[in-house]
Write a protein that binds this ligand. Sequence first.
Ligand SMILES: NC(=O)c1ccc[n+]([C@@H]2O[C@H](COP(=O)([O-])OP(=O)(O)OC[C@H]3O[C@@H](n4cnc5c(N)ncnc54)[C@H](O)[C@@H]3O)[C@@H](O)[C@H]2O)c1
Length: 301
Amino acid sequence: MLPIDLTGKRAFIAGVADDGGFGFAIAKAMAEAGASVCVGTWPPALNIFLNLLERGKMDASLALPGGGKFGFEKIYPLDASYDTLADAPEEIRESKRYKERGDFSIEGVTAAIASDFGARPLDIVVHSLANGPEVKKPLLDTSRSGYLAAVSVSAYSLVSMVRNLGPLMRPGGSFLSLTYMAGERVIPGYGGGMSSAKAALESDTRTLAYEAGRRFGVRVNTISAGPWASRAASAIGFIDTMIRYCKANAALPRELEAPEVGATAAFLASPLAAAITGTTVYVDNGYHSMGMAVDPTALGQ
Ligand SMILES: NC(=O)c1ccc[n+]([C@@H]2O[C@H](COP(=O)([O-])OP(=O)(O)OC[C@H]3O[C@@H](n4cnc5c(N)ncnc54)[C@H](O)[C@@H]3O)[C@@H](O)[C@H]2O)c1
């Protein structure tokens, strides 16, 4: 048997605020493989997330196939828009959902992890977050600030996380992010500079794999996932159409399941993938390799 064994490893997954997204599916797969899992949660979503956990609303999702359920070792407030607390405007720092959260910047979460677990406590870091305030606008109509916000939160945050968390990684460490086909091909409706952010994320994956590989001895990969009706994806407004379209036109005519992304993430984070870095790994039922939509009438079916 060739197992995915993450026993004794610690993962930090940024971008978990419920049990409906890829971040949660990745957390669960890593826990199933034996890792302890900490998460970073966007402060505006943190109270609801903690409530869901406390009231047992996520117990079914937390159940492990072998019995029992997994828990998060620690939940950190994280707003990936900010590298340091001083970067956050005062009105954010003083606002209700941020005020009591301490240092929610990338530097802050790095310091908190080091203080909780010691000098080199991490093996796996997952970036599973994105935000584009103008995602519903065509790129052509996107404001400069909307575009820069999308690229800042959804792409630059990975650069900052690798720089800050890289020194906390043990040998063989692995960074992973989530990207989408819209970074390579036109997906009408995926606007607001989010396509630009995904293109940057994929390019940065290659450059960071080289730079952080040499500086910290870590790997950096990204998973290009097919459409999945998470909270973030549902906010774009046409996720059901995207799912139906991909099911009809992918190489494998089936819907993607989030645990399939989780399992790929666990593999990529494991020693089994020790020589894989700088890559975009497609977990999309082969949709990316199609060059033409399947039209049953054109095929005479
Ligand atoms: N769902 C899809 O169809 C799909 C497809 C391909 C790639 N992805 C990518 O997967 C990743 C995870 O998204 P998801 O679809 O699972 O949705 P999700 O809603 O589960 O995850 C997005 C998370 O980002 C967090 N977030 C937003 N702004 C933040 C900020 N400034 N700081 C910290 N956290 C912030 C949200 O609170 C949320 O927890 C994203 O990068 C997304 O682009 C999603």
